[in-house]
Design a protein around this ligand. Structure first.
Ligand SMILES: [Ca+2]
Ligand SMILES: [Ca+2]
Ligand SMILES: [Ca+2]
Length: 321
């Protein structure tokens, strides 16, 4: 089969060529001291390397816009480095010549949603001011120093607990004997999940603000600890203190003239719908309008221009959409 013989022949020639190449390299080493021709060019259509020489006198550089390599074998040196010099590869040394001087710890994501995980890691800064990223698994002695973390495992995965407002957490750990610290913001993404105040329908931030850390029976949505007739849930909706019996939503009819009734709400909050309802009896109200305000307003006046009944009742419903 002539074709097969032909291929075999080419294959054999390639083997021979390779062997020659190896022999030539060995010869270069022999003539090293006297030669200045050690560097060779290696390349493709997109890439070219002026290859390393065998001592510093032949040192050659391979480079692109962002990257440079110089290499040599006589002192085992070389210095590949990035354009901004933030990282330097120090290959070829027989031992570590650099020591960690400081450690910064970070988290991702940061902020993290409450009850979710974040990966902690570090950045070590060496005594020559270079830096090195350190994975969380290589940092020892993880510690939760403050804030709403519930655990950090050996891989540096931190778990956050529930919060009643955005709350920072502080943590620390060490790398090669150098301690570092970091902070992580835990975001309040659920307004009704905080410990014993969670799941009762009332904003946890409001409950902590007025009743302190849970549990506290006075903080229940239906409780009225200031005995003003409006329970905590309604005080939160209307924007009043649940601990001040003189502060509560008050709706008054201040005037009636020419078939128009003037109503005044002593406080209106932005972001709420105030639905004004009217009826001829206490069991038959119909909505006559909705009022919204852009900023908090005291003594907000509302008019009902269609008063013809002998008597008319009003009430206000508040909705926090
Ligand atoms: Ca929460
Ligand atoms: Ca709650
Ligand atoms: Ca009350």
């Amino acid at each position: 089969m002539p074709d097969r013989l032909h291929f075999h022949h080419l294959y054999s020639r390639r083997l021979i060529a390779l062997n020659c190449g190896l022999s030539l390299a060995a010869g270069s080493l022999v003539f090293l001291a006297g030669s200045q021709a050690g560097a060779q060019v290696r390349g493709s259509a997109n890439y070219a390397v002026d290859a390393e020489g065998l001592e510093s006198a032949f040192e050659e550089a391979a480079a692109s816009t962002n990257y440079a390599v110089s290499a040599s074998v006589d002192f085992l040196g070389g210095s590949p480095e990035s354009a901004d010099a933030s990282t330097v590869s120090r290959h070829g040394f027989k031992g570590s010549l650099y020591e960690v001087r400081s450690l910064e710890l970070d988290a991702a994501p940061d902020p993290v949603a409450e009850t979710q995980d974040a990966q902690l890691s570090g950045t070590a800064r060496y005594d020559d001011d270079t830096t090195c990223e350190v994975p969380g698994s290589e940092i020892t002695g993880w510690s939760m120093d403050s804030g709403p973390l519930t655990g950090i495992d050996l891989l540096g995965i931190a778990t956050s607990g529930p919060v009643f407002e955005d709350t920072p957490a502080a943590f620390s750990g060490s790398y090669r004997g150098i301690a570092g610290a970091g902070e992580l913001m835990v975001q309040d993404t659920d307004t009704d999940n905080y410990l014993a105040y969670g799941g009762d329908g009332l904003d946890d931030g409001f409950q902590v603000q007025f009743f302190g850390a849970p549990p506290n029976a006075d903080a229940a949505p239906g409780a009225d600890p200031d005995a003003d007739g409006q329970d905590n849930a309604f005080e939160e909706l209307a924007g009043f203190s649940p601990l001040d019996g003189s502060a509560f939503l008050d709706v008054r009819i201040t005037a009636l003239s020419g078939g128009t009734a003037h109503l005044v709400l002593n406080k209106a909050l932005p972001g709420r719908d105030y639905i004004i309802k009217a009826g001829t009896g206490l069991d038959a109200y119909g909505a006559i309008g909705t009022v919204n305000v852009a900023v908090e307003e005291a003594d907000l006046e509302v008019e009902d221009p269609n008063v013809s009944e002998a008597r008319k009742f009003y009430k206000v419903e508040i909705i926090n959409p």
